[in-house]
Design a protein around this ligand. Structure first.
Ligand SMILES: Nc1ncnc2c1ncn2[C@@H]1O[C@H](COP(=O)(O)OP(=O)(O)O)[C@@H](O)[C@H]1O
Ligand SMILES: [Mg+2]
Length: 255
């Protein structure tokens, strides 16, 4: 899980993404979409991507393999574009890498997933409170005829309040999910069925393993979470509380 690799070359920025991700080559001969630690959205977006991406993989929701990309300072020095150089200089160290899916295209409804696969994605988004999968911003790619879920940086947004407020798993547990604007709402099978399929697979052991794979230095200390272990416990408590409070947050009319 989240194998470490070392960046060997910055290829090009991906200007369509809001966070200025970029294509990077690494020493395992892989090509990755890098989500940079120095981008404006900060480290929490990387944490959400890692946790929800690994949850997706464990639930057999297709999603590209994730790695941790170590970016050496030398790569930033050789970048000619000033905006990109600033971003790379601010991102020396551990970044998130998403396996690049060559030839994939943005989801347009022309090759829809099965009703079950669509319901599974809506369930994952409901569980992790990911509102970032609408027609305006599908964050789904079609690759080899299959729908792949990408970009989970907006999920688990409760953590953005952590610098200011004590973590509150109960609040997250009760948060309803509005699925009517979800890009797959019209074609998905019953989300209640997805809940029965997927919820039992989200065990404490799975969540612990996933959280262990998140690099310590992405887990920023706060007054209530002074070290990475405390932050991991807080994520685990939020996910456990939300599961225990199901089906309260399942999208209405879809069960
Ligand atoms: N693994 C990937 N393979 C191929 N293209 C990708 C991949 N990940 C992202 N992209 C492309 O980059 C765009 C932005 O990526 P995304 O993860 O949505 O970043 P952002 O957080 O900036 O929205 C996507 O819409 C897609 O076109
Ligand atoms: Mg996106």
């Amino acid at each position: 899980m989240l194998e470490p690799v070392r960046a060997t070359r910055f290829v090009t920025p991906l200007r369509e993404g809001g966070s200025l991700p970029g294509i990077v080559e690494a020493d395992d001969l892989g090509t990755y979409v890098a989500k940079f630690r120095g981008a404006g959205q900060g480290l929490k977006v990387l944490v959400a991507e890692a946790i929800v991406g690994e949850l997706a993989r464990a639930l057999h929701v297709p999603t590209p393999r994730l790695v941790v990309i170590d970016l050496p300072a030398a790569i930033a020095r050789y970048e000619a574009d000033e905006e990109v150089q600033d971003l790379l200089s601010a991102s020396v160290g551990r970044n998130l890498g998403v396996d690049f899916l060559p030839g994939s295209f943005g989801y347009d409804g022309s090759r829809p997933p099965t009703p079950e696969a669509a319901a599974d994605i809506i369930w994952l988004d409901s569980f992790t409170a990911n509102v970032d999968r609408t027609w305006a911003n599908p964050n789904l790619l079609v690759w080899h005829g299959t729908t792949w879920a990408i970009d989970h940086g907006a999920a688990l947004y409760f953590h953005h309040s952590w610098p200011r407020r004590e973590p509150d798993p109960g609040r997250f547990a009760a948060l309803p999910f509005e699925a009517s604007k979800h890009v797959l709402a019209d074609i998905a099978g019953p989300v209640g069925g997805a809940h029965e399929r997927l919820a039992p697979r989200v065990t404490d052991a799975l969540v612990t393993t996933i959280l262990e794979s998140v690099p310590d230095d992405w887990l920023e200390p706060t007054p209530w979470l002074p070290d990475p272990g405390a932050a991991r416990q807080a994520y685990a408590a939020h996910l456990r509380a939300r599961l225990d409070n199901s089906p309260a947050w399942l999208p209405g009319g879809t069960t």
